[in-house]
Design a protein. Structure first.
Length: 233
């Protein structure tokens, strides 16, 4: 893997790289419930981290008293820039390679550099506007930037192309509920998910979310609920 300069001691070691890859996974789990556009359908949606299953190798994290420390934004930026460098060089010879743009966007997404991820996803979609996985990830990046309306708009575009896109339907429901408090809209997205994907592996989980959401429709304001926590950064 490409060495990345650390903030204090030159370059990341392979041991450090492994450590921060674990950190990135933990950060992803804490981030929330949404799934990646390209995540396999059998993934347990409610527990999928924001990092990709085939994501980039991560740089190292220091340990203090046995605890892995959180990488700084600067370290995450260094990670993405280093990993993206060879792909950007390749892009000079393949400027119309939509997959390359997508891969670069994924690197920045995994490093929580969402504005940069959006930029490269958009470039990929200029070349291949019907790439539903790319657009689903674009929508989720918008969500993580605090732009739920734009996120929903991208999910809707995905569903115009493929009305059965399970991850777009799942994510749209979560954004409608978490960000917009549109409980009816969330339930509609999840019911559509189950109707169009009758063998959806996490059907029980989605049915539970629907039951939770419908219960909230009858609750008085201020009532304590088990609504999934809003995705936080």
């Amino acid at each position: 893997m490409t060495d990345i300069k650390g903030s204090e001691s030159g370059k990341w070691t392979s041991t450090q790289a492994y450590a921060l890859s674990v950190i990135c996974l933990l950060v992803g789990v804490a981030v929330g419930y949404l799934v990646r556009g390209s995540a396999p359908s059998q993934t347990e949606a409610a527990n999928v981290p924001q990092s990709r299953s085939n994501g980039m190798a991560a740089p190292g994290a220091a340990r203090s008293n046995g605890a892995v420390q959180q990488p700084t934004p600067e370290q995450l930026r260094q990670m993405a820039d280093s990993q993206a460098a060879p792909l950007l060089a390749q892009l000079k010879n393949e400027p119309n390679n939509a997959e390359l743009f997508y891969k670069i966007g994924n690197l920045y997404y995994d490093a929580q550099q969402y504005p940069d991820a959006v930029k490269y996803y958009q470039e990929s979609l200029k070349i291949d506007p019907k790439a539903t996985d790319v657009r689903t990830d674009l929508g989720t990046a918008y969500h993580l930037m605090g732009q739920p309306d734009q996120a929903i708009q991208e999910y809707d575009q995905v569903l115009k192309i493929n009305g059965k896109h399970a991850n777009a339907l799942f994510n749209e429901g979560m954004v409608k509920w978490q960000d917009k408090m549109d409980i009816n809209g969330a339930v509609a997205s999840w019911k559509r998910l189950l109707e169009t994907n009758p063998n959806y592996p996490q059907r029980d989980r989605v049915e539970h979310l629907i039951a939770q959401a419908q219960q909230h429709l009858t609750m008085s304001p201020g009532t304590k609920t088990d609504k999934p926590a809003a995705i936080a950064q």
